[in-house]
Structures are given as C-alpha cells and as structure tokens.
Design a protein around this ligand. Structure first.
Ligand code: GTP
Length: 602
C-alpha cells in the first residue's frame, strides 16, 4: 500500500450518538469482523465499558476496502482509531487524533448537537483534521436531520451539502461513509524515504507478549529485527514483532509510512512506553514529534482494603491495573483510621469510578475509598507554597497559618432545551459558577459557558444537572486555571477523635451546610453500638454540626425467633459479610456504605 492509498481517521461523537455502532458496521462492511458474529461493539472491550456503555481505552483497527470494484488498483488501507466519548478522557481523544488526518463527527438526528459534540469538534478542528459530519439514527421517529444540519452550519460552519445521513441500526446510508473518507480525507503526509519516526499512541500489557505498543509510522518504515530507541527514555529495544490490528493482532513483519499498528519490543513495563513519545532507528538522529503533556490528575482519592489484612492483594491489583492504565497515579499513604493504603490520582470522577469498579470486578478486591478531592494550592505563613492532594496532608501545625489558597477551575459547556435555562443557572450559581457565555444554537436550545470550581463538579454535578433537566442537559468541560479561593479543612470527629479519611476541603461559605449534611448522612449509616456515639463536624477547634447515636438496646439475633436454624445461619452469614466491610475507628465500627455515602456530599 503506497501512502496515497492509506487513510487514518477517527469517529468522534457525544456519548450514545452511535459511534461504536457505526464503527462495528464499518468493520463488518469491510469484512474485518463477521456480521452479527462475536460481541456487539467490538471496539468496546472491557466489561465495565460495556456495562456503562462508554469507551474508556482507545482501540484501533485496520480495514481493507476496495473503493471501486470496476477499476483496478482501488484497494485502500483504512485505519480506524477509536476515541473515548466521555469528558474525563479528552486527553485520550487528543492523543488518538494526533495520528489522524480526518474524523467522522457523528451527531444523533433527534438529539442534535450536544456538549461533547462541541468539545470534540474543537479538538479535531485544532488538530487541523478534515471533518466529515454524519447525522446518525435517522430511522428514529423523532429524527429531524434538517434541524441538525442547521445546527452544524450555525455552530461549526459545516456545509449542509457535506453532511452524510446514516442509520447504524438499519444500515441505511453507511455505504457512503468509507467513500467519503477516501475522497475527502488526505493521505498521511509522511515521507517513506526519511528516517523512521514513529509516534507512540498507546500501550498495554499482555500476559503472553509483554508490553504491546500502538504506534503510528509518521516517516520511514519499521521492520522486525530492527533496533529502535525512545526519545523520552533513551532506551533501545529490538523489534520482536510488528503488525496490524485487524482487529486482532496480525503479524506482518513490517509497517510502512502512514500505517498504524502494533510493536512488541521487550519493554518490561508500560511505564517505559510513554504516550506521545517518538521512537526511531537506533544510530539515526531525528527531530522528535510534538509530544503530549502527561495527563493532569484532577481528582484524588485514598484507596484502602476493606478488610485490613488484604493490603498485599490490593497493592497487587492496583499494580496490575495501572499496568494498563498509565493515566492513574499511585502513591502509598497511611491513614490513622484506615491503615495502609494508596492515594490515587484520576483524570476525572468517571475515570475514578471505572477504576474502582475494575478493582472490584476484575480483581475481586473490596475497597474503601475516601472522599474525592481536587488538588488545592496553599501558601502558608512560613512562606511555603504546596499542592495538597489529600486533606489529611493539610498542615496541622497550629503555629502555621494559611495565608492564601487557590483551587482549580474548569470551563464548562452546557447545552439544554431553553425551558431549563432557569434551573441550570440556579444550579451553576449554587456551585459558585461564573457565566461567561449564553446564546441559542437554534430556537429550542440554549448554549452556556461557565467557569466552575472543579471541586463543585467533581461531586455529583453531572447527575444533578441531568435530574433537574429530565436528562436533557449535555455537559462537557476542559481544565482551566487556578483561582484564589477561600477554602478551609473540615474535620469529622467520632467520639471526639478526628477520622482523617473523612476530612475534606471546602469553600468557607459552604462549610456549614456540608458539615451538617455529612453529620446527618453518617448518623444514618452508622449502626447503633453498645455505647453512645457522637458525630461532629469541625473547622479547627470550632464544632459546626453535631449528632449523637444512642447506645444499642436489642441485639441482631433477638429478631430471630423460634428455632429457624437456616434463617439464623443466614443472618449470621450476612453479619459476617457485613463485618468484612467494616472499619473500626477508635472504638466505633463504620460500615463501608458510610464512606460511600459521604462521597456524594457537595
Ligand atoms: P459511547 O461508546 O458511550 O461513546 O457511545 P457511542 O456513541 O459509541 O454509542 P453506541 O454506538 O453505543 O450507541 C448508543 C445506542 O444507540 C445503542 O443502544 C445503539 O444500539 C443505538 N444506536 C446506534 N445507532 C443507531 C441508529 O442508527 N438508530 C437507532 N435507532 N439506534 C442506534
């Protein structure tokens, strides 16, 4: 395949607009996967992804396509680079786009342009990609493709006559997609006779083969047996295997300019495979490709084994998971309440949820996670300035005062039907948002831009936005600057003892309300015990909310009348299971649900 017979493209879309279904249809159309064979949505591999209907890890597949069967030499090699749809993963979107020259921008014919359509459009636009607009789901009774065409024109200046109409469900219109890819998207620009420059797109760890890197050959060619080096680490490797994803790994022995494929080179850990790195032939010199900034971790939480003895198992599970998700940062920490654990940094809240779920599902580890926090910056009276990723690390030295504090903000895009404008403005101002833009994308839909503190959206913002707009709001955000903010550390005390794992950092104006809510929630989740328990929320030495749980009178088995042995056994089993997930803090047993419940207080 000469370079002019290669096309590299991605599909970008708002969540649920049909990106994965279209990808599957294209793979079927080109015979890459069999129709109706195997699992639907081939590119969404992981179990959690399928459960939640989201794409987390970008996957890539090569297709062969005969563009015009009547003529000879019309065989094309098409690389479809899958991108994640969710806001937390815009970092993965931009790195996938770096290997493409074009993108299909898929929009649901009924829902129209949504927040992630806007965000993804701009990512592709800024990377100078050719954009092919596709209005999908035209089979739906509520489809209104003409309205969506107008939105695409007014929002992105996309010509209505360039728009493709498809139904990935019935197959209608899909035959026009690949011809449009070939006709409109330029071939990759690299030079075959230059020195090898290869862009590292992604990597993962395979039990049998070791580290597998997804790469795009920008210039030159790569062959099995050759020696390659990394610009980032200076390490050299021998190419043990090289090939394409079709969609399973298929060894070809070489990759040519413009191709996307995989390389196995005896790297021992994915930590050696830095995404955005440039690989080149050892003993040549090349100009490194524009790299990528490392992922910025925006949400941190502590992870502890629910059963104290399981620390080694948790450690092992985290190690294995991060082997395949280098975007999670991990550092050991210890908590007086929870013992030994880890502080993990995530790209966003969904990223965190997915990680927790995978720990439990794939590794069978029971975990307790602490209240998620964002990275604050504090300036102390001793002149030091520190980033605090853990409320527990907030200075406890009474001689040192906080002189100034800053918190991270995001720029949020919200698209809603116009009747919900009022409630959304209320929600945003309650979350300390500042409105930057407010306009209409058509007669029925409003578009708003807000600056919001990250802290305020990390905790349950999206769910609340969805619920007050009956599910119609769409939302996306990008990281923005730090702004000065008056924040304080809020402690939770059980029987007078601070529980470090429950401490949180909040804005001064919200401290009272959050303190009250935390105390109320904890009261609901902590069972009565043999003695009275006081629950307090405090800032420094000042208590701002308080509740008590009176001592227990009955015991659990008292309910179990007569001699019903199986019932009694069941109850005891249940209690045992419950025990596993308890944490004793001082003398108080705290169920895991209590830790989970307070994650949602904002
Ligand atoms: P993420 O992976 O979460 O980004 O979503 P996605 O954009 O990949 O959407 P996906 O392909 O998972 O489709 C979402 C839902 O829409 C699924 O239930 C599909 O079956 C359905 N769907 C996709 N295309 C069509 C279509 O053309 N018509 C109809 N009626 N439904 C469709």
């Amino acid at each position: 395949y000469p370079t002019d017979k290669i096309r590299n493209f991605s599909i970008i879309a708002h969540v649920d607009h049909g990106k994965s279904t279209i990808a599957d249809r294209l793979l079927e159309l080109t015979g890459t996967i069999k129709r109706g064979h195997g699992v639907a949505q081939y590119l969404d591999k992981l179990q959690v992804e399928r459960e939640r209907g989201i794409t987390v890890k970008a996957q890539t597949a090569t297709m062969f396509y005969d563009y015009n069967k009547k003529e000879s030499n019309t065989n094309y090699l098409l690389n479809l680079i899958d991108t994640p749809g969710h806001v937390d993963f815009s970092y993965e979107v931009s790195r996938s786009l770096a290997a493409c020259q074009g993108a299909l921008l898929v929009v649901d014919a009924a829902q129209g342009v949504q927040a992630q359509t806007v965000a993804n459009f701009y990512l592709a636009f800024e990377s100078n990609l050719t954009i092919i607009p596709v209005i999908n789901k035209i089979d739906q009774p509520t489809a209104d493709p003409d309205r969506v065409k107008e939105q695409l024109k007014s929002m992105f200046d996309l010509d209505p006559s360039d728009v493709l109409l498809t139904s990935a469900k019935t197959g209608q219109g899909l035959e026009h997609v690949l011809p449009a890819v070939i006709e409109r998207i330029p071939p990759p620009p690299g030079k075959r006779d230059s020195n090898l420059r290869m862009f590292l797109l992604d990597s993962y760890y395979d039990e049998y083969k070791g580290v597998i890197c997804h790469v795009a050959i920008v210039d030159g060619c790569l062959r099995k047996g050759e020696k390659i080096s990394s610009v980032a680490t200076g390490q050299s490797y021998e190419v043990l295997d090289v090939g394409i994803m079709h969609p399973e790994l298929r060894s070809t022995g070489y990759l040519l300019t413009g191709q996307v494929g995989y390389v196995v080179s005896g790297m021992r850990s994915t930590k050696e495979a830095r995404v955005g790195d440039t690989l080149f032939h050892t003993r040549t010199t090349v100009e490194p490709l524009p790299g990528f900034k490392p992922a910025k971790h925006m949400v941190f939480s502590g992870l502890y084994p629910a059963d104290g003895s399981d620390f080694e198992a948790l450690s092992h599970a985290i190690e294995r998971l991060t082997c395949n998700d280098a975007s999670v940062s991990v550092a050991r920490e210890s908590s007086t309440a929870l013992g030994l654990g880890f502080r993990c940094g995530f790209l966003g809240l969904l990223h965190m949820d997915v990680f927790h779920q995978r720990l439990e599902q794939e590794h069978g580890t029971h975990i307790i996670s602490t209240v998620p926090t964002v990275p604050y910056i504090f300036e102390y009276s001793d002149g030091s300035k520190v980033e605090v990723q853990n409320p527990g690390a907030f200075t406890s030295d009474p001689k040192i005062r906080v002189v100034a504090s800053w918190e991270p903000t995001v720029l949020a895009t919200i698209i809603i039907p116009s009747e919900y404008v009022g409630v959304v403005i209320n929600l945003c101002s309650e979350r300390r948002g500042e409105q930057l833009e407010y306009s209409f994308i058509d007669s029925q839909r409003a578009f708003m831009k807000y600056r919001l503190p990250l802290r305020e959206i990390v905790v349950d913002f999206y769910n609340e936005l969805k619920s007050i707009t009956s599910g119609y709001a769409s939302f996306d955000y990008e990281d923005s600057e730090y702004v000065a903010s008056d924040v304080v550390k809020l402690d939770i005390l059980l029987n007078g003892q601070p529980v470090d794992a429950m401490a949180t950092i909040v804005h001064k104006l919200k401290a009272q309300r959050v303190g009250r809510e935390l105390v109320d929630k904890l009261k609901k989740f902590i069972d009565r015990q043999m003695f009275e328990i006081t629950i307090q929320a405090a800032i420094g030495s000042k208590v701002i909310a308080r509740e008590t749980i009176s001592a227990m009178r009955k015991n659990v088995l008292a309910k179990c009348y007569g001699g019903d042995v199986t019932r009694k056994k069941k109850l005891l089993e249940k209690q045992k299971e419950g025990k596993k997930r308890m944490k004793r803090v001082g003398s108080v047993d705290i169920p895991q649900e209590a830790f989970h419940a307070i994650l949602k207080v904002s």
